[in-house]
Design a protein around this ligand. Structure first.
Ligand code: G16
Length: 550
């Protein structure tokens, strides 16, 4: 080990004392990074700064670190690591993240050296890390801890301050593609997306102001701030009434995409008239769901499954018009409503894949197709275009021999590609895409909703002593441990028509999640409750036994 490295390690050692790890604390790398009460995270942030610096040296690229706990309550926080093309960090490095996070104070340097040696990292390589944060009060101090980690390995951290998670993903990709993907600034993001959106809406020239109007629930988070910033770029082609903008309410509290999806009810603080189109972001604006109240006051939710269906229908129609032979596939998780899967496979005839929860899994699966549309039912998703697909679209748009109809379809596809944030699910980008698609197809939200009818479903949470006792298989659709749990679920599912249920440990909250669907809402509620009781009894429930759902 040369002198240079010794000096770096001494610095790490010194600085790490200011971000010391509480002895014995063990945190798991979850669905989207580390996530827990903000008070337990200072050492994690410092260490993720170190890891990002190493990943930057290894990949000779810019790496992103986002300080956010997304849909979790305000007192929590967390960290998401972003790889060079803007996707979530590769699973092999999740293991290093866990190793560094849980090394006791005196073992930190050894753990760091382990990573350096295993990955044969050249320590004289430069470091570039982009850092962003959400609006939680704890994010300020925690992002400083990340910067400290980066600089103690001699790295340069560029602090973007308050940004949405997908904006940071976007900027990382822009930086590492030398601007081919866009300009690595927040303005560059607004410019790229708004230009594409305005081009697309030119294909729907006669929209009234009412049709351009959208109610947005900002979850009292960063998405609200960034939507306000973006509005002038949209040149009134979208007219937003913004609620839960953070000026008074609490982050994610009785509002936001997760609340609306799980509770199946509108957020607090939004004044909705019958038939009005509304959407909710989550706390870091990487998820979106749509909804409306009908004239009888009945609430209708259009979740990630409905969004995937709308977008894939639009893309298939354009590909047909353009005469381009590109395969469209949809990637879902076990939470996808059974009706959506049926509709996609039987009516739309698209390939459907089911993978484990977590955007990283969906993203990976979607990369296998020409065009991979991926959405979790919770509204987290995007579309990926292979390089070949993008090239075919561009070539056709420029082809002097192509007829007008084909060219026009290719141009629409080109602008669609530019509107989509291909790095990760993005509430702002998804919202603009959905608005453009509805405008071009001349669809109301009711007509979109009517494409297929959801099976009634219910999601619940169960507290257990240690959620790791539950292990699953088959894309989380079956539990392999603890013994007897799956058999109990199977027996309960048999009692109801058109029913399905599964359980899985959450990777972002200390709970077990339960999902059930059935022919009626009463039956879905009853099945979810009975499965919750089975989890409570067989998997070590704590506190009171779950009560029937009302
Ligand atoms: C994160 C992940 C999502 C996942 C969600 C819930 O979302 O990025 O892929 O669906 O957590 O995960 P779990 O059920 O394991 O708690 P976000 O928006 O909170 O970052």
């Amino acid at each position: 080990m040369g002198d240079y490295r010794m000096t770096q390690f001494e610095k790490v050692s010194q600085r790490s004392v200011q971000h010391s790890k509480p002895a014995g604390l063990v945190l798991q790398y979850g669905t989207a990074g580390f996530r827990t009460n903000a008070k337990q995270l200072d050492h994690i942030m410092f260490r993720m700064g170190l890891l990002a610096a190493l990943r930057s040296k290894k990949t000779k690229s810019t790496i992103g670190v986002m300080v956010t706990a997304s849909h979790n309550p305000e007192e929590d926080n967390g960290v998401k690591l972003i790889d060079p093309m803007g996707e979530m960090v590769t699973p092999a490095w999740e293991e290093y993240a866990t190793l560094l996070a849980n090394a006791e104070q005196e073992g930190l340097l050894a753990a760091l050296k382990d990573v350096i040696e295993t990955e044969a990292i050249n320590m004289s390589q430069d470091v570039s890390v982009f850092i962003g944060k959400d609006t939680r009060p704890s994010s300020e101090g925690l992002s400083q801890a990340v910067l400290d980690g980066v600089s103690s390995l001699g790295g340069h951290g560029h602090d973007y301050g308050l940004v949405t998670t997908p904006q940071l993903h976007f900027m990382v990709r822009c930086q590492n593609t030398q601007g081919c993907y866009g300009t690595a600034t927040v303005d560059g993001y607004y410019q790229k997306l708004s230009k594409a959106y305005i081009q697309l809406t030119k294909h729907a020239p006669n929209r009234t102001d009412d049709q351009k109007h959208l109610l947005v629930d900002g979850a009292n988070g960063i998405g609200a701030l960034k939507l306000r910033e973006m509005e002038p770029f949209l040149q009134k082609e979208l007219q937003v009434s913004l609620f839960n903008d953070g000026s008074s309410g609490k982050l994610n509290f009785q509002c936001g995409a997760d609340y609306v999806k799980v509770q199946q009810r509108p957020p607090q603080g939004v004044q909705m008239s019958a038939g009005e189109r509304c959407c909710s972001f989550d706390g870091d604006a990487d998820r979106i769901v749509y909804y409306y109240n009908d004239s009888a006051g009945q609430f209708h939710l259009l979740d990630g499954d409905k969004i995937a269906t709308l977008i894939s229908t639009f893309l298939k129609e354009l590909l047909n018009q353009a005469g381009l032979d590109l395969q469209v596939a949809v990637v879902q998780t076990a939470y996808a409503n059974g009706s959506s899967t049926n509709y996609l496979e039987e009516t739309m005839k698209v390939t459907v894949r089911c993978v484990k929860t977590g955007v990283k899994h969906l993203h990976h699966a979607a990369q296998e197709f020409d065009i991979g549309v991926y959405f979790e039912a919770n509204g987290h998703g995007t579309v990926l275009f292979s390089k070949a697909a993008e090239e075919a679209i561009q070539q056709l748009a420029l082809d002097p021999n192509a007829n007008d109809e084909k060219k026009s379809a290719a141009r629409l596809l080109e602008n669609t590609v530019n509107l989509i944030n291909q790095t990760v699910g993005d509430a702002l980008s998804d919202m603009l895409l959905i608005e453009a698609v509805l405008a071009i197809k001349g669809l109301t939200i009711q007509q979109w909703d009517a494409i297929y009818t959801d099976l009634p479903s219910r999601q619940l949470k169960v507290k257990v002593a240690d959620r790791r006792v539950i292990d699953t298989t088959d894309a989380e659709r079956r539990a392999v441990s603890p013994a007897g749990l799956q058999e109990a679920i199977d027996a309960l599912v048999k009692k109801y028509k058109m029913s399905r249920a599964f359980v899985r440990p959450s990777g972002t909250e200390d709970v077990v999640r339960v999902y059930a669907e059935a022919d009626t809402q009463e039956n879905a509620d009853a099945l979810a409750h009975e499965v919750s009781v089975a989890v409570y009894r067989i998997a070590g429930g704590v506190g009171e036994e779950p009560k029937p759902f009302h």
